[in-house]
Design a protein around this ligand. Structure first.
Ligand code: HEC
Length: 111
């Protein structure tokens, strides 16, 4: 009996920890909307609303596919000193930058 309830406690603990970490890895729907707006409005003001380039270079899947993820993420996090590309790590988490890079690699969706 005692052994059985100990096992149950472990199972509950496992499920609980699993749900906590799952939450940590998922951006809220609201945050995803905000990030989509940021991409089109802020990044788009320099890279073009459809990411085909402007003051900054094009960020389309074709252009990015041969560039390493680490390179793209570092550019977004720290910017490019000496160029107009600003750093974003003061307003975006690593996870959010990761989401942006995934979105750029896949191509941004238009409504
Ligand atoms: C004020 C203008 C400006 C804004 C806003 C801006 N960028 Fe840039 N970005 C640039 C410029 C200019 C470069 C090219 C820098 C260089 O000459 O190396 C660049 C470079 C980049 C690169 C590297 C591209 C490559 O092929 O090497 C990435 C990725 C990038 N920007 C992503 C973003 C994202 C994501 C945002 C929004 C969160 C953003 N940028 C906002 C101007 C901007």
């Amino acid at each position: 009996m005692a052994v059985k309830s100990n096992i149950l406690i472990f199972v509950y603990l496992f499920l609980f920890l699993g749900s906590v970490s799952a939450q940590d890895n998922t951006l809220s729907k609201q945050r995803v909307t905000e990030l989509n707006n940021l991409l089109v409005q802020d990044c788009g003001s320099c890279h073009g609303m459809t990411m085909k380039g402007g003051l900054g270079p094009a960020l389309t899947p074709e252009v990015l596919k041969n560039k390493p993820r680490e390179f793209i993420e570092t550019t977004i996090a720290y910017g490019r000193p000496g160029t107009p590309m600003p750093p974003w790590n003061n307003i975006l988490t690593r996870q959010e930058i990761n989401w942006i890079v995934n979105t750029l690699y896949n191509g941004i969706k238009h409504d």
